[in-house]
Design a protein around this ligand. Structure first.
Ligand code: HEM
Length: 181
């Protein structure tokens, strides 16, 4: 079931659709080194790259706008380690963000931290966006989480409206799950 959430912010009426937790969700499953969790048409895939001390992530979502994943918020997206990406002009743009409030986020760099996401690839076709990237297991940045295989994290997922090639617009869909990475 989807909830339509009208709210007023700076004179704008935002209509959000936030899906209920766990609906149409499958996984985690494992194939070819990738673990996978899907919620509707949003797919999160990940694998620990032990030799690089990195976590490699692939996000797929039914949008031509941005797609994001976040880890361990205290509430909504507050204090989550967020990774947001979109594809424009055939190449992926990724940004390492942090939840600065329940419904706000900012780049780690703007907060005095570091951008620790390494873009691997991105594509957009038939209304679907795929971005692939890696992050350090322990970047040392206060605005990043430490990732440990076998540990359970509260994970948040969201994607933007078609054409929303930016890091700032509100999502058209969002969901949460608790996942063992
Ligand atoms: C500037 C961009 C964003 C705005 C303005 C925004 C705004 C909001 C608002 C108003 C809500 C509250 C809806 C409710 O009452 O449940 C919400 C919920 C949520 N947002 Fe965002 N959001 C943004 C970006 C993101 C991003 C990047 C993610 C991450 C992956 C995300 C994940 C979520 C999730 C998972 C919820 C639901 C929380 C829950 O049900 O507990 N949002 N957002």
């Amino acid at each position: 079931m989807f909830r339509a959430i009208p709210m007023t912010s700076a004179g704008l009426l935002l209509a959000l659709a936030v899906a209920g937790c766990g609906e149409d969700a499958t996984g985690p499953t494992e194939e070819g080194g990738w673990k996978q969790y899907s919620a509707g048409d949003y797919i999160l895939e990940w694998q620990f790259e032990d030799s690089l001390s990195t976590l490699r992530i692939r996000l797929t979502a039914p949008t031509t706008g941005w797609v994001a994943v976040g880890f361990d918020p205290v509430s909504a997206m507050d204090e989550a380690d967020l990774l947001i990406g979109y594809v424009a002009g055939g190449s992926a743009q990724l940004r390492d963000d942090y939840g600065t409030g329940q419904v706000t986020h900012a780049s780690d760099v703007s907060l005095g931290g570091t951008d620790d996401v390494e873009t691997i690839s991105g594509s957009e076709s038939a209304g679907e966006t795929v971005v692939e990237f890696r992050v350090p297991l322990d970047s040392g940045d206060d605005y990043d989480k430490v990732y440990t295989e076998g540990t359970t994290y509260d994970v948040i997922f969201a994607y933007g409206q078609d054409g929303a090639d930016d890091f700032t617009s509100v999502h058209s869909w969002a969901e949460t799950a608790s996942l063992e990475l």
